[in-house]
Design a protein around this ligand. Structure first.
Ligand SMILES: Nc1ncnc2c1ncn2[C@@H]1O[C@H](COP(=O)(O)OP(=O)(O)OP(=O)(O)O)[C@@H](O)[C@H]1O
Length: 319
């Protein structure tokens, strides 16, 4: 099998030979279960089976991502997006199934996977009293980047993300949350991601900053062949940026495809001539009952099936 070196632009992964014939990310039948203990007022109940509530945060998920692809993970709050991303980045261990990055297993080859992936999340840790430049120089040093190379890269990336030169040397603690988030994104870009995991990177950013980040993500893929998984609540963002999206609900993938495919499919179910919006696609796949073609035939239209099934659900909940 041919082994090619992936072109990357900083020191971190220069020495790693990747088998680029393999998919960048392979997720096979992966589950993660959390146990939540019941509230203390229920401790004395005789029914011991209810001692713990089991939450299938990720429930038998399979997904392959090709090298250079941008895949969006869309889901409501608590649907399992972050848990999935955390397993990909070796922060959590799957209870079932396998995950590999370019053939490297997240458990057996943890170190190698950590060199290949980079995760950006809102809870990024920084030295708040130091400036963006100082924080990023610190990160660059950890990755053995030379000072001169790092400074030039940091300036270029921060400028590209719309951070003004006068903010680069001011303490991070004086910056808004959105600005700090951009610095977290800059850090991930700086350290040469082969696979970049972006956990809600644009949540809380103003529209211009959102666009700055989206454009940069796109460029990163175009120019550096990065593979990108991005979780988002923003359907327009998913539509604009992602080659494919996976819609996840209660830990399960409910739909996977290009946004155009999913829009057409849902439009057909809803009996619309024009493709529906991504918001409507999302509502369809995350409704409390997934509406099937049989439901539509039975109730006459998607809307009627939706109303009837929601009413049925409310009745069940009241019982
Ligand atoms: N460490 C944990 N211990 C117990 N339960 C957890 C833990 N982490 C996540 N969960 C639960 O697992 C489920 C999925 O959570 P997760 O954070 O992955 O969702 P999410 O889709 O990323 O949500 P959000 O959009 O709000 O960030 C939720 O029910 C959550 O309460």
């Amino acid at each position: 099998m041919a082994v090619h070196e992936v072109p990357v632009y900083t020191g971190l992964v220069k020495d790693i030979k990747l088998d680029t014939t393999k998919d960048a990310v392979v997720i096979e039948n992966v589950s993660k279960v959390f146990k939540k203990s019941r509230p203390f007022w229920e401790w004395f109940r005789a029914d011991k089976k209810r001692d713990e509530r089991t939450i299938w945060a990720v429930d038998h998920v399979s997904l392959n991502v090709k090298r250079g692809e941008i895949v969006g993970i869309l889901g409501a709050n608590g649907s399992g997006k972050s848990t999935l991303i955390r397993m990909l980045s070796t922060l959590l261990i799957p209870d079932e199934g396998h995950i590999s990055i370019f053939g490297y297993d997240v458990i057996k080859d943890e170190r190698m996977v950590q060199r290949l992936i980079n995760r950006v999340s809102v809870e990024a840790s920084f030295f708040k009293r130091l400036s963006p430049m100082e924080n990023l120089l610190y990160a660059a040093r950890l990755y053995n980047m030379s000072g001169a190379e790092a400074r030039a890269n940091i300036k270029a990336i921060l400028a590209r993300l719309g951070i003004k030169p006068d903010r680069i040397h001011a303490p991070l603690e004086n910056m808004s949350r959105g600005m700090q988030q951009k610095v977290a994104i800059a850090r991930a870009f700086l350290t040469s991601p082969v696979v970049l995991l972006l956990d809600e990177p644009t949540t809380g950013l103003d529209p211009r900053s959102k666009l700055d980040v989206q454009k940069f993500v796109y460029e990163l893929r175009e120019q550096h062949d990065a593979t990108i998984l991005i979780t988002t609540h923003d359907m327009d963002e998913a539509d604009a940026l992602c080659d494919r999206v996976a819609i996840i609900d209660q830990g399960k993938i409910m739909a996977l495809g290009t946004t155009a495919e999913l829009k057409q499919h849902v439009a057909r179910l809803m009996n619309r001539e024009k493709p529906v919006s991504m918001n409507e696609v999302f509502m369809h796949y995350t409704a409390s009952h997934l509406i099937t073609e049989e439901d539509i035939a039975r109730y006459g239209s998607w809307e009627k099936a939706f109303e009837a099934l929601e009413a049925q659900r409310e009745e069940e909940d009241e019982e």
